[in-house]
Design a protein around this ligand. Structure first.
Ligand code: FAD
Ligand code: NDP
Ligand SMILES: CC(C)=CCC[C@@H](C)[C@H]1CC[C@H]2C3=C(CC[C@]12C)[C@@]1(C)CC[C@H](O)C[C@@H]1CC3
Length: 515
């Protein structure tokens, strides 16, 4: 195992060395580094963690070691208390590992608490729940669950997203969210180490005020050490219906109608131009019936959105996709971000030779970007997910066209349940929302990233929407408080003595807090 780690570190060190010394080359030939350094390093890293997790799973060591690891977190917090609370606290997870666009600056000055808990603890088939440690990745948990016939009702796309950290303390969404809501709605209970070092369990039945304030709190109420989530039986395939639509009106009507249809297990839309989109609906199934099997996850298969694009003129179509491959349909193309990193990545020759190593890990791409690359992304690209009431979809699509002109756009419906935390509908009832994801280079003339994003943020604010906080946010503190309901959060900050222990969410996620 240590040999693998040495190889990964050598490849990454070489890549970082090249970035520092060959700035021009790295910006213009990033694909070279991605293919020859980052992809092999990612592959070895994944194998390493696969073997590690497999061993932990087989030997069942995670549950017995869990208590010890929680005590370690408590010990660090108690030490911070004893040493006079010199600085605020945050997790010790390095910024480059997080799946947000930038790195947190505050990690360098705050006390880093190492929460190295990364295993699946138990699956309770009777209770239909899985108990996990916070750093468990989506890849890890779905592989475990799927192999024993279960799955999470919502499986956010990217393998490296962490369940307990990013998806529960932040936000998680996927194409089944129109039925199940956001990842936070799967949470049954959470175990938190508070600022005084004590351990508290919360759920809808005990300490419910804290429980409801946790989602989107970004580690500013305490450290999560275990989370229990709802699971459902898995099936072998997803039967997917691709419906091409060719007018603005049809896009809105078809997408809204399918999002309201609870018979659909999955709903997603890819918008390719103001008047062209493919709306996809899926159902879980164990039998192929007469439908064709398409193993889109195989290494030589094209990027999913390219496959969908071909159906704009060749659809409608029905096919079955193996479940895990459906969950990972956008992974190889990092939605459509891979085309900017390896422009020929979808070419069949590349796919047959290198496809099995794709994609490089997002964290390695982050670790090895220099200032020029960061500036390029900031000035010429947009990576944003805006969550808006589905009734505002027509205005929103027009706004995206007018201010950005960026395609494809990702449409993902979700039900936002009424509640009391950071994010809930402004009306006092459950409401259907849509996540509009824009990832890439806007085509609008004279694009000014700051101005465009500010306009977009104001549009979202005026329409009772929310910005996903992994992305760049230029909201002012006042606007942030207007967008996110801080009432219960502030009560919990006072009740659990967080003010001198953790920063506020705004101070972790605003653009100035990240580099
Ligand atoms: C036990 C376990 C622990 C893990 N722990 C970690 C970890 O700690 N950190 C980490 O970063 N990753 C972790 N992973 C994620 C792992 O690296 C990826 O899931 C990897 O892609 C698994 O490949 P596989 O072919 O064995 O998966 P399988 O489940 O066997 O794959 C089934 C099918 O899905 C397709 N598929 C699988 N993954 C992808 C993908 N990413 N994109 C497109 N298609 C795909 C495959 O082509 C295959 O046909 C873990 C995985 C497992 C199984
Ligand atoms: N499909 C989807 O839904 C997608 C979602 N995302 C978003 O990407 C973001 C990044 O995810 P990821 O890299 O997994 O997570 P991060 O490491 O970025 O963690 C997100 C936040 O949770 C906090 N946190 C981390 N660990 C703990 C803990 N044990 N207890 C309490 N708080 C904790 C972090 O605090 P600290 O700063 O102190 O480390 C940070 O503020 C998520 O917020 C997610 O919403 C991105 C892509 C797709
Ligand atoms: C489905 C949802 C809700 C979000 C998907 C977002 C992803 C497309 C982005 C999340 C993190 C992003 C990063 C990049 C591409 C787009 C994301 C995967 C980069 C890899 C782009 C290249 C840069 O050099 C590093 C970026 C890191 C984060």
């Amino acid at each position: 195992m240590s040999i693998w780690l040495i190889i990964i570190s050598t490849l990454l060190t070489l890549a970082v060395f090249c970035i520092k010394n060959f700035g021009y080359f790295i910006v213009n030939f990033r694909w070279f580094f991605a293919i020859f350094f980052l992809m092999p390093a990612s592959l070895i890293y994944n194998i390493f963690y696969y073997v590690r997790s497999r061993l932990v799973f087989k030997l069942n060591t995670a549950p017995t070691r869990h208590h010890e690891k929680v005590l370690n977190v408590q010990r660090q917090v108690l030490e911070w208390n004893k040493s006079g609370k010199q600085t605020l606290m945050c997790t010790g997870r390095p910024g480059w590992k997080a799946m947000s666009i930038r790195e947190a600056r505050y990690k360098l000055i705050y006390t880093n608490i190492h929460v190295d808990l990364m295993d699946v603890l138990e699956v309770d088939a009777e209770k239909k729940s899985v108990r996990v440690e916070p750093l468990v990745s989506m890849g890890q948990v779905t592989t475990h669950l799927n192999s024993i016939g279960w799955t999470l009702p919502i499986v956010p796309e990217l393998d490296d997203l962490t369940i307990g950290c990013g998806l529960v303390m932040g936000v998680g969404i996927e194409s089944s969210s129109h039925k199940y809501g956001l990842m936070q709605h799967l949470l049954i209970s959470a175990e938190i180490v508070l600022s005084d070092g004590s351990l508290i369990k919360c759920s809808q039945l005990e300490n419910s005020d804290l429980f409801n304030a946790l989602p989107w709190s970004h580690g500013t109420l305490g450290f999560l050490v275990a989370a229990e989530l709802r699971i459902i039986p898995a099936k072998r395939y997803v039967r997917i219906h691709y419906k091409p639509v060719h007018s603005f009106k049809e896009i809105i009507e078809t997408f809204t109608k399918e999002s309201q249809n609870q018979k659909n297990d999955f709903v997603e839309g890819l918008v390719f131009s103001p008047n062209d989109a493919v709306i996809m609906t899926g159902t879980l199934t164990d039998s192929l019936g007469h439908d064709q099997l398409n193993e889109i996850g195989r290494y030589y298969k094209p990027w999913f959105y390219k496959h969908v694009e071909t159906l704009l003129n060749n659809g409608p179509k029905v096919e079955c996709i193996p479940l895990r491959q459906y969950y990972h349909r956008h992974t190889k193309g990092l939605f459509w971000q891979m085309q900017d990193i390896i422009p020929f990545g979808n070419n069949p020759i590349f796919r047959y030779i290198f496809g099995w190593m794709v994609p490089p890990k997002v964290s390695f791409l982050k670790l090895t970007q220099n200032k020029s690359i960061k500036d390029l992304y900031e000035k010429h690209q947009i990576i944003q997910d805006m969550l808006l009431p589905i009734t505002t979809l027509p205005q929103a699509l027009e706004f995206f066209q007018k201010e950005l002109e960026i395609y494809p756009l990702w449409l993902c419906p979700f039900i936002l349940f009424d509640g009391s935390g950071f994010v809930h509908p402004k009306t006092k009832e459950d409401q259907l929302y849509v996540d509009i994801g824009a990832y890439g280079a806007p085509k609008i003339k004279n694009y000014n990233s700051y101005e465009a994003l500010r306009k977009l943020e104001k549009f979202v604010l005026c329409n009772n929407g929310f910005q996903m906080l992994y992305a760049d946010s230029y909201l002012t503190r006042e606007e942030f408080h207007q967008m996110f309901d801080h009432r219960q959060y502030e009560q919990m900050r006072a009740k659990y003595k967080c003010e001198n222990a953790f920063p506020e969410v705004y101070d972790k996620v605003n653009r100035k807090a990240r580099s």
